[in-house]
Design a protein around this ligand. Structure first.
Ligand code: 1BN
Ligand code: ZN
Length: 345
């Protein structure tokens, strides 16, 4: 049967940024060689890369706080609807050129029929050379990994698993408004229904339902599809370390090499060690299978668990577990990547 999609173009009118609760905090040098100095294109200070704009930890934390403030964002919830309105308005407020909403019917592994709402913001939509950044904004409907059995049917706050990756994309939009890329386009994709999958293995395609729909209807021709994608997932954990992830390494090794080398040159080798972590079924798998090399920046080899952050799919995945410095470092690496592609550093 022909699948039916509805693409609704949302007029890009900047309204009510602060009313949405988002922060538009100022930026400043971070004392580690990254400055907000207005884009002179300098290569390095003391051997550390210098981007035209610095990610701001308070701004990033504010984006997480606002999302968590909506309550759990599991599909069908009030928090989910409020969050997707907020995200659409924030992208517009940061001057993203077009914001579109894809609505697609999906069935969960429980047989529920739902709608996946994917939000795409495009900067310089006419540019042939593009980078795709993506993150899921939905949260898991059940804390099924919680140590307390009584909590396992409770929806999670998803401060790390959901809100952190979205915060990186919003902060990227905020920074790119201050120093627009000239020669590249950037697509910011906020995907839905990543986290309602069946745990325990054997039903991989029950995860990432929004992205599975998105790749069927990608708005690209053969000449303007992104050079590569970068997925941000669980990027706000305390002292989080980001190892190379296996699926990324298999499909997109050259992009992994580029990002980890750039993180090193940015002074963040401690957070991006040049070694392998885990293998994660995540949104990047479907983007890779659709022909766009895509890397997952994810905490997949936590020293306490050997896999994800200890708060993963528990009621402890809340604001108290968020590390502003982790968010800042990851965002700065993403910004440095974009400005490097744009020829600014
Ligand atoms: C990542 C974050 N995922 C869910 N929340 C993907 C995943 C799928 C992780 C299956 C483990 C198993
Ligand atoms: Zn999850």
């Amino acid at each position: 049967m022909m699948k039916k999609f509805v693409w609704a173009m949302v007029a890009a009118v900047a309204v009510g940024l602060m009313a949405c609760g988002g922060k538009a905090a100022g930026t400043g040098g971070d004392g580690r060689g990254i400055t907000d100095g207005g884009g002179d294109g300098s290569e390095a200070v003391g051997g550390v890369l210098m981007a035209p704009v610095a990610a701001d930890a308070d701004s990033l934390f504010g984006f997480v706080e606002t999302q968590v403030g909506f309550g759990p964002r599991n599909p069908g919830s009030e928090g989910h609807a409020a969050c997707r309105r907020y995200l659409t308005e924030m992208l517009k407020a940061y001057g993203v050129d077009t914001v579109t909403l894809q609505q697609a019917p999906v069935s969960t592994w429980k047989g529920e029929r739902m709608t996946a709402y994917n939000i795409l913001g495009r900067i310089n939509p006419g540019a042939k050379d593009r980078v795709l950044l993506l993150a899921h904004y939905d949260t898991r409907p059940w804390a099924d990994e919680d140590p307390g059995e009584e909590n396992r049917a409770t929806p999670i706050d998803g401060a790390n698993d959901g809100a952190s990756g979205v915060a990186v994309l919003l902060e990227t939009a905020r920074c790119l408004q201050k120093a627009r890329p000239d020669s590249i386009g950037v697509d910011l994709l906020l995907v839905d229904l990543e986290d309602s999958g069946r745990s325990g293995g054997g039903d991989e395609d029950s995860w990432c339902l929004g992205t599975q729909k998105w790749v069927e209807e990608m708005p690209y021709t053969s000449t303007d599809r992104p050079m590569y994608g970068v997925l941000l997932d669980m990027v706000g954990g305390k002292d989080a370390i980001f190892h190379r992830e296996h699926i990324s390494q298999t499909y997109a090794k050259r992009v992994v090499d580029k990002i980890w080398a750039l993180a090193n040159a940015s002074g963040h080798a401690d957070r991006f060690p040049n070694s392998m972590g885990g293998s994660v079924i995540d949104d990047h798998l479907y983007v890779n299978q659709a022909g766009i090399p895509c890397v997952d920046i994810i905490e997949s080899y936590n020293p306490h668990t050997g896999s994800f952050n200890p708060t993963w799919h528990t009621t402890s995945d809340n604001l108290a577990a968020i590390d502003r410095e982790t968010l800042r470092v990851v965002t700065q690496v993403v910004l440095n990547l974009l400005y490097r592609e744009d020829g600014k550093i």
